[in-house]
Design a protein around this ligand. Structure first.
Ligand SMILES: Nc1ncnc2c1ncn2[C@@H]1O[C@H](COP(=O)(O)OP(=O)(O)OP(=O)(O)O)[C@@H](O)[C@H]1O
Length: 190
């Protein structure tokens, strides 16, 4: 089977994690760009938001994507899902390294996302709307809007959770099958 590499993008709280967990249950190896940054932030004793910006300043805009490529190349798996793509430069890297790379974006309104994050309460989740908006702005500054606008698939996640799970499963199954077809010499549809 040919390697299948899929990227997932979306604003904070949109539901990327839900898609990743479905992918994991289908046998995908999930690589979280946020974890790459959080690991580094922990080492530096910094806030992950600060590290995200500094890493790019210190090593350039490709650094997080390059770290993900390394993790993929070191792995034995055949199917990968990269969660948390934030810039068109990152997409460029993955497209170059992995032919057939596809991007799925997840969209939810700001109102819905804030409500979800307030409930989730992860270390970098804000209880204050102003902080939440600041985080949104930071992500938009990386060019995530362009990645969403040019994605190959879009899931609108405003309904019940089973709905996004079902849609994610359908898309992932299709992309996994494509990987199998191309390894048998089938045509890719571009
Ligand atoms: N359709 C939904 N209905 C109810 N809860 C949902 C739905 N989608 C996501 N959630 C919940 O909202 C929270 C945020 O979703 P998730 O963690 O997947 O977002 P994310 O896009 O990965 O955000 P981040 O970039 O901040 O990690 C989670 O607790 C998740 O379980």
């Amino acid at each position: 089977m040919n390697m299948v590499v899929i990227g997932v993008t979306g604003m904070p709280g949109a539901g990327k994690g839900v898609v990743s967990r479905i992918a994991e249950s289908m046998g995908f190896r999930v690589i979280r760009m946020g974890d790459v940054i959080r690991d580094e932030a922990r080492k530096r004793g910094e806030d992950p938001g600060v590290t995200a910006v500094r890493l790019r300043e210190e090593y350039g805009k490709y650094v997080v994507a390059e770290k993900c490529v390394e993790r993929i190349q070191e792995s034995e798996s055949e199917m990968f899902l990269i969660e948390g793509i934030r810039s068109p430069h990152e997409v460029e890297i993955f497209r170059k390294r992995f032919p057939g790379f596809r991007v799925i974006s997840v969209f939810s309104t700001r109102k819905t996302r804030f409500r979800r994050l307030r409930k989730r309460q992860r270390e970098d989740d804000s209880q204050r709307y102003a902080e939440f908006v600041e985080r949104d702005e930071r992500e938009l500054g990386f060019g995530i809007g362009d990645v969403i606008a040019t994605s190959d698939y879009m899931i609108v996640n405003e309904g019940p959770i089973w709905k996004i799970k079902k849609q994610a499963k359908q898309i992932l199954r299709k992309l996994a099958e494509k990987g199998e077809e191309s390894s048998r010499g089938g045509q890719e549809d571009g």
